[in-house]
Design a protein around this ligand. Structure first.
Ligand SMILES: [Zn+2]
Length: 151
C-alpha cells in the first residue's frame, strides 16, 4: 500500500529513486512492486545504462487498468445497493422513546413493542433509510455512466 501510494505521485519513477524516497529495503520494495504487477496495477519498463551496461527499471501505475478495476468495483456495489433497496419497505416502525427502527416483520416479531425499552412501536409512513439508499444509488449510477463515457 505504501509503495503503491508513493507510485501514484509520479508519472513514472526508477526503482532506485522509489526505494530512496520510501526509505525501505530494496528487496521489500521490489517484492511489493512485483506483487502489484501481478494484480495488474503497475507496470515497468527498463532503460539500459550506457556507462555500465546495467538496466534501470522504471515503474508506473497503470491508470487505465486501475480506473477499469475501480469501475468494476463500483458496479458491483451498485448491484448490492439495488438489491437492498428492493428489500426496503416504504413503511417502517420505530420506538418513540429510543428511536430504534424496525421493518414490519421485525416489529411483528417483537409484538410491536420495543425490545430495548418496552415502549409500543409506532408506524412511520416514509422510510428515511430507503430515501438515503435511493439517493446513493442515483449518484453511483451517474458516476458509472460518466466514467464509462470517458474510459
Ligand atoms: Zn425503545
Amino acid at each position: 500500500m505504501r509503495v503503491f501510494k508513493e507510485l501514484m505521485r509520479y508519472e513514472d519513477i526508477s526503482e532506485e529513486q522509489l526505494t530512496e524516497t520510501l526509505g525501505m529495503k530494496p528487496n521489500d520494495v521490489r517484492r511489493a512492486l512485483y506483487k502489484l504487477e501481478r494484480y495488474g496495477l503497475v507496470r515497468n519498463y527498463k532503460i539500459r545504462n550506457e556507462n555500465d551496461g546495467t538496466y534501470i527499471y522504471y515503474w508506473y501505475v497503470d491508470r487505465e487498468t486501475l480506473n477499469r478495476n475501480l469501475l468494476k468495483i463500483k458496479k458491483s456495489v451498485l448491484e448490492k445497493l439495488k438489491r437492498r433497496l428492493e428489500s426496503e419497505e416504504d413503511q417502517y416502525f420505530y420506538c418513540p422513546a429510543c428511536g430504534l427502527q424496525f421493518s414490519y416483520e421485525e416489529a411483528m416479531g417483537y409484538d410491536f413493542t420495543c425490545p430495548r425499552c418496552g415502549e409500543p412501536l409506532e408506524l412511520a409512513e416514509s422510510n428515511p433509510r430507503k430515501k438515503l439508499l435511493e439517493k446513493i444509488v442515483k449518484r453511483l449510477e451517474e458516476e458509472i455512466k460518466h466514467e464509462e463515457s470517458v474510459l
